[in-house]
Design a protein around this ligand. Structure first.
Ligand code: NI
Length: 212
């Protein structure tokens, strides 16, 4: 592994740890305020997105949607060099999964969390493997060829765009703008819920437990 990659992963681990502490703090405060997330509900009726895909998992094995047949899928799009948003979001998903696990382990059994990269150029299966290792053990990282990734991004209506690299900088050291939605899909691959950045781990866990 390149040294820059190691540095990046180390930074991500630190951000994820910070996110965990902040997340726990927010969870505590919200519990004190007795915030009921149940009154909030994102309307997803009528939105159809998703579709079959062919991608490569973090163990280097080619997979399709059918590999996760019968499972509810919690799908998040991002990339491993993301400085801030992705580690925080993945930490949040990890916290939600841990909370679901402790509340009702049978529900967790029904879920397959998937982290799909928007940056297949840098996110090889090896890089994905190192990255998902820092989060919940159930999370599978998916990458693929540019075409395969482009196809799944479009199917899930994700916006992902490479940012311009300033002249003189390493062309591989680019940032990426991307939408940060997490989708809950049914075993029949129907959209059940969309989670946004402002949704807490508690909200996600509560919504999943209420719907599965
Ligand atoms: Ni990101």
């Amino acid at each position: 592994m390149k040294q820059s990659t190691q540095k990046r992963l180390k930074r991500t681990a630190i951000i994820a740890a910070i996110a965990l502490v902040i997340g726990a703090g927010i969870g505590f405060m919200e519990a004190r305020k007795e915030v009921t997330n149940k009154v909030r509900s994102h309307k997803v009726a009528g939105i159809s997105l998703g579709g079959d895909f062919t991608l490569v998992n973090h163990k280097g094995v080619t997979v399709t949607q059918d590999n996760y047949a019968g499972k509810y899928k919690l799908i998040f799009f991002g990339f491993t060099s993301c400085p801030m948003v992705c580690p925080v979001e993945l930490q949040k998903i990890t916290t939600a999964l841990t909370s679901i696990q402790s509340t009702n382990p049978e529900v967790l059994e029904k879920i397959q969390p998937l982290f799909i990269t928007t940056d297949p150029e840098r996110d090889t299966p090896e890089v994905m493997s190192e990255y998902v290792d820092m989060f919940h053990a159930k999370i599978i990282g998916l990458t693929g060829s540019s075409e395969q990734v482009q196809e799944v991004i479009q199917a899930y209506r994700i916006y992902a765009q490479k940012a311009e690299v300033e002249a003189g900088n390493d062309p591989m050291d680019y940032d990426m703008d991307h939408s940060a939605y997490t989708y809950l899909m049914s075993p029949d691959n129907e959209l059940i819920s969309i989670y946004r950045m402002e949704d807490t781990a508690d909200y996600i866990a509560g919504d999943v437990l209420g719907k599965l």
